[in-house]
Design a protein. Structure first.
Length: 140
């Protein structure tokens, strides 16, 4: 196949545009990218380190090529809803939040894992009021 001079120039121009877009080293005949080449594993490790350095972010652990999130503390925060006003704290948690058992919620309230306005309250006797801030601290 015979190419004309204009086709060759057009192809070379196109190649230069591609090299520029990819930030390719113009001296390299194999079109390798500028900078250090990394393996997939190196890139994953670098990303894991960057993610674990972020404030409030989870720290990852890699086992057998799988990434596991190490347990971390999380706070669920809410303010009392109108339908909760006058209802005991344990009743609200047992009816509205089905993630845990009533036994867990009762224990969490007495141990201070669930606070109302920053204070430990009695699970059965405390009746929620308008504007109460409820914080449930748990591990995820």
């Amino acid at each position: 196949m015979v190419e004309s001079t204009s086709q060759k120039i057009e192809a070379e121009t196109k190649l230069e545009e591609v090299k520029h877009e990819l930030k390719v080293d113009p001296k390299d005949k194999e079109l390798s990218l500028i900078g250090k080449k990394r393996t997939h594993e190196e890139a994953e490790k670098e990303r894991d380190i960057k993610e674990s350095d972020k404030e409030g972010e989870s720290i990852y652990e890699v086992r057998d090529g799988l990434r596991f999130v190490k347990p971390y503390e999380h706070k669920f925060e809410t303010y009392s809803k109108r339908r909760w006003i006058g209802v005991s704290l344990i009743e609200v948690f047992s009816s509205e939040f089905k993630a845990f058992s009533v036994k867990y919620y009762r224990e969490a309230i007495t141990k201070g894992k669930i606070l109302v306005n920053g204070k430990i309250v009695c699970p059965d006797n405390y009746r929620l009021k308008d504007g109460d801030k409820i914080v449930h601290t748990t591990l995820r």
